[in-house]
Design a protein around this ligand. Structure first.
Ligand code: GTP
Ligand code: MG
Length: 480
């Protein structure tokens, strides 16, 4: 009798112990949605590839000194696990790593839409009692890559077709866009807005407007592109919902006639498609994806616009202000009124810092801080913790010293992207403040793009600049 009792007691004790362990583990397991964005070519794919690669390989090569779980010896391992949202494309980590592991390593291919990847990161929690008891915790990280252009559309949610058209008209009529848009504007003005609408004509006009947007982005190096989906349509490529244009000639038409125009008229159809785009695409993105994000990284390539001149740089500043509106969670802000976003930390990173010498990184950080600061002043960011950093997800250069006109200067050595030649150069100084006229008159800035120099082998972490600080800011507090 007593034997049975003691056996029962032991099994009961074991069960209690196990379930307590389970409850503990369950409460230690956490989940975080990390969103990565930035305008096209800002470095999103390279960034996510490096972030995943650092976590999987634990920074082997260059230790992740500023990432507490690694620094404190509590980090165990990370692995990729199947993502939850099966309807969203998978972030192609393997392909990116394959490109970077070739004997002649290449940059990963440009991406055009939203994609996801899920990681499980194991670590010992900081509480030493648990650590010695061998208790592990897991942090599940869902990483989403989406085009920053999609955030440029946020203000549309608050604008009628007329207001949006006026605003786009102003942009199109100003330099430098006016150099390319005159013909298109003349064509639109010549159309009778109350005449019958022809589907094919509208599709052609929308294509011409899209070509203009592409030229603004890739020929003129400009950043404010609206509607953002026109150049990065994702799954909507070719759909009629993307076939409309702004009509910046409201001064020529009667308000009453406009208000009563049916969908069989040119202007009526433009208005209907605009509203459809606004509701089904812009609002839907915020409702379906944005509200789920816990933390956001916005990547900005400040160096290319510095290369492209003052107009490109000022346009980047305007685009950053527009992007920031999605993170301004003051009570009266548009984004808070329409949705209930929950992002609590926002990292603003100036990418490709390996293109400038180390002593210029301070300037690059203060430059991006100033770009952000202007938007910060006019919006309320009370609920969000922000940080700015100058980073290189994948470092392609080595720094050395050289003598120039009797002085020792810091130089970079790397492989040019355009002709694959190894060069040593002094890329110039990054302005610490928003550049004034003199900066542009003195020749501005002239950096040369590099390609990855040495191939990585399996289980090797990618050389980088400050990815450990990125990890600490985004994940450190979740892995205590
Ligand atoms: N030197 C250097 N170049 C970088 C780095 N990250 C990105 N680049 C360059 O920037 C280009 C674009 O990087 P991606 O990571 O593809 O940028 P993205 O934002 O994903 O671009 P899209 O998918 O086209 O929107 C690369 O092909 C490289 O030339 C970096 O850390 N260092
Ligand atoms: Mg990409």
């Amino acid at each position: 009798m007593s034997l049975i009792n003691s056996k029962k007691l032991r099994s009961l004790k074991k069960r209690v112990k196990n379930s307590a362990k389970e409850i503990l583990n369950r409460s230690l397991d956490q989940h975080i949605n990390l969103a990565v964005t930035g305008l096209s070519q800002s470095g999103k794919t390279a960034f996510i590839t490096s972030l995943v690669n650092q976590l999987i390989n634990e920074g082997s090569g260059k230790p992740l000194n500023f990432f507490d779980p690694v620094h404190q010896g509590r980090y165990i391992a990370a692995k990729r696990v199947p993502q939850n949202n099966l309807h969203i494309s998978r972030f192609d980590y393997d392909d990116a790593i394959e490109q970077l592991s070739k004997t002649e390593p290449e940059w990963p291919q440009p991406t055009k839409s939203i994609s996801e990847l899920r990681l499980a990161v194991r670590y010992y929690p900081k509480n030493s009692l648990l650590k010695y008891a061998g208790e592990m915790a897991t942090l599940y990280i869902d990483i989403t890559d989406y085009p920053g252009e999609w955030l440029l559309d946020l203000p549309m949610l608050n604008q009628t077709f007329e207001q949006w058209s006026e605003q786009m008209g102003e942009l199109l009529k100003q330099a430098p866009r006016s150099e390319l848009s005159a013909e298109f504007l003349a064509k639109v003005e010549a159309i009778d807005p109350f005449g019958p609408v022809h589907e094919t004509e509208l599709a052609e006009l929308a294509q011409q407007y899209t070509d203009l947007l592409l030229a603004f982005r890739y020929e003129q190096g400009l950043s404010v592109i609206q509607p953002g989906r026109f150049i990065l349509p994702g799954e909507h490529a070719g759909a009629p919902i993307l076939q409309f244009i702004p009509y910046p000639f409201f001064a020529n038409i009667e308000a009453d006639e406009y208000n009563s125009a049916g969908q069989d008229t040119f202007i009526g159809m433009l208005r209907a498609r605009y509203l459809e785009y606004r509701e089904r695409i812009v609002r839907q993105f915020y409702k379906q994806h944005f509200v789920k994000f816990d933390r956001q990284i916005v990547l900005a390539d400040c160096l290319t616009p510095l290369n492209n001149g003052s107009e490109a740089f000022n346009d980047l500043q305007q685009a950053i202000s527009l992007i920031m509106e999605s993170f301004a969670y003051g009570k009266s802000n548009l984004i808070t009124r329409l949705f209930s976003p929950k992002i609590d930390k926002l990292l603003f990173a100036a990418t490709k810092a390996d293109h400038v010498t180390a002593e210029q990184h301070g300037n690059l950080t203060s430059l991006i801080e100033q770009l952000v600061f202007k938007a910060k002043k006019s919006l309320s960011f009370d609920a969000i913790k922000m940080k700015t950093l100058a980073i290189a997800a994948i470092k392609t250069t080595e720094q050395g010293q050289s003598e120039y006109q009797g002085k020792i200067i810091n130089v970079l050595r790397g492989k040019r992207l355009d002709n694959q030649k190894l060069i040593t150069l002094y890329p110039g100084a990054v302005p610490a403040k928003l550049p004034k006229n003199e900066f542009w008159q003195e020749g501005g800035f002239n950096y040369i793009a590099f390609k990855p120099y040495t191939a990585i082998s399996q289980h090797q972490a990618l050389a980088n600049i400050r990815m450990d600080q990125v990890l600490q800011f985004l994940l450190g507090d979740k892995m205590k």
